[in-house]
Ligand binder design. Structure first.
Ligand code: MG
Length: 189
């Protein structure tokens, strides 16, 4: 099987990591239950920031958000390693900006994710992912963002949404824990 993954907030808890960094940077103590209740991808609102201020803080903090110790979701690394061992092809498709592509790839390897250089794609807009995904003829694709998933609904691949507080309105097959992935793939063989 050819299995594709978005990275941020699908395989790794980037927003949660950034939320923690924002608390430190802004000397605030906004509790995690606020984070888990957010109904949008952006995380700045509970810190009292406008969209403009939030965007600036995100972009100014990008280096720190991307390359410090952002935790993978539980069992994400182990599950992907296992799938690769079983002979499945693992693809990564991230809209992280071009200048962060290669470092992100190496960062992922450093966390233990199985990455082959020619199966790693980056630097596209969210709405351009569909072209890459179509070209790769993936069997499965996993993402957290409604904007991306909505572009894939007419494709023949099996699309799953990684459960997050801002995507619960979408009626799509949903994965909550990465431990469920083995069974999903196993059932379809
Ligand atoms: Mg994402």
């Amino acid at each position: 099987m050819k299995i594709g993954f978005d990275i941020d907030d699908t395989l790794i808890d980037l927003r949660g990591h950034a939320f923690h960094l924002y608390n430190k940077k802004l000397n605030q103590n906004v509790p995690l239950n606020v984070f888990h209740g957010l109904n949008r991808v952006e995380i700045h609102e509970p810190f009292g920031l406008t969209d403009e201020q939030g965007k600036k803080l995100w972009n100014d903090s990008l280096e720190e958000i991307y390359y410090t110790e952002c935790p993978p979701f539980p069992q994400a690394v182990e599950t992907l390693q296992e799938l690769e061992k079983q002979g499945h092809e693992i693809y990564y498709i991230t809209s992280r900006p071009k200048e962060h592509g290669e470092r992100t790839r190496e960062w992922l390897k450093g966390r233990g994710f199985p990455v082959q250089n020619d199966r790693f794609f980056y630097g596209m807009q969210d709405n351009e992912k569909v072209e890459i995904i179509k070209g790769l003829k993936l069997d499965y694709y996993f993402d957290d963002k409604p904007e991306v998933l909505n572009t894939l609904l007419n494709e023949t691949l099996r699309v799953y949404i990684k459960d997050q507080s801002y995507n619960r309105h979408l009626k799509l097959p949903r994965i909550v824990n990465w431990t469920e992935l083995q069974e999903i793939v196993f059932k379809s063989i």
